[in-house]
Design a protein around this ligand. Sequence first.
Ligand code: CTP
Length: 406
Amino acid sequence: MNVSANISTSLAAKTVLLGVTGCVAAYKSAEIVRGLQKAGVRVKVVMTEHAGEFIGATTFRALTREPVAMRLFDEPGDAIHHISLAKEADLFLIAPCTANVMAKIAWGIADDILTTTALATTAPLLIAPAMNVGMYENPATVENMKMLADRGVQFIEADEGYLACGDVGKGRLAEVDVIVARTLEALEVTCDLAGKRVMITAGPTVEAIDPVRCITNHSSGKMGYALAGAALRRGAQVTILSGPVSVSAAQGVTVVPVTSASDMLEAARACFGEADIAIFAAAVCDMRPVASATSKLKKETAGESLRTIELVENPDILATLAAEKQKGQVVVGFAAETDEVLANGKKKLASKKADLIVANHVGNGIGFGQDANKAWLIKANEVIDVPEMPKDDLADIILNHALELL
Ligand code: CTP
């Protein structure tokens, strides 16, 4: 691959912080530095002391012409070095990354300059693991990688082959060209939403009947959180107004937890005015009980209040805010339908005054809680049929269209 062919003026102002950990493949990090530099990227290196057993800081200092961080307190001119490094990075690439460092980052352990920087940074994190096959396949490593991926960390999978220890299997650091290409790709996409504010409603709302009972909708929040992660990776400032969910947001996303539709409207209104793109992915309860009891309703004494619950309509958050839309704002809504997906989606585009509706089929095990989704993107003059794909990829397609409408 000819890396220099990827040179882009937008990359010239970018800084990649390259983390190097204690692994035989650490010598390849020097080639990664060169590959990124050829593409016009500024590279700074932070390494663990164990990495220093495999490659010297002098090599990286000579290649990058930048100070190399190896110990927490070895930069007398910069008392809180990990914070300044964390802020300087447009992207934090850790290649090679050992199982140990991955585990520390997954669990928030910060006991050296590399892991404190990883904990402090809001830059996207890209990890290229390298280790023995047994360590790679150990359930602890698998769990840690999953935990990180759920938080928006991207991985460059290790290759299979002969490993330094003599074993054969998965665990070889990916090819340098692949690591460089993936890093440049991650930096490129970082650019197109830079300076934009994106707000997203996500998850279900919960409407209390009494302190122990509620009305709610099915929603894992995965689509909203995938959108938040994708927008963040592309450089946006992202706020997510979220009902209760078990997924976690990518590091750097501002999460405002809410419970009811009224709470969600209030929180969404507080950021809508500033938002360039507002995405309404929440499964909002259309109705709430007229009154919510402050004490538990007992079957024996308040059975009637439980048998028939009087409901009142909730505000339509999307329609309310879209009516206040200003020039230069794009509003994206969803339409989760069991029947007539396209017809209902088109109706919602008009009735809610959205610029784009993402319509999808739900029910009977389709849609909710899954990692993939099939959708139609409905605009005023166009319907785009998007095949089933992971929600992370669909998120990027939705953002591409929202950006086009901006
Ligand atoms: N929505 C909202 N506030 C509501 C209801 C819906 O913001 N009170 C938003 C959803 O987040 C979604 C879109 O409106 O972006 C469509 O939601 P959906 O539940 O599919 O439709 P409803 O408007 O509730 O209509 P219906 O239930 O009749 O299909």
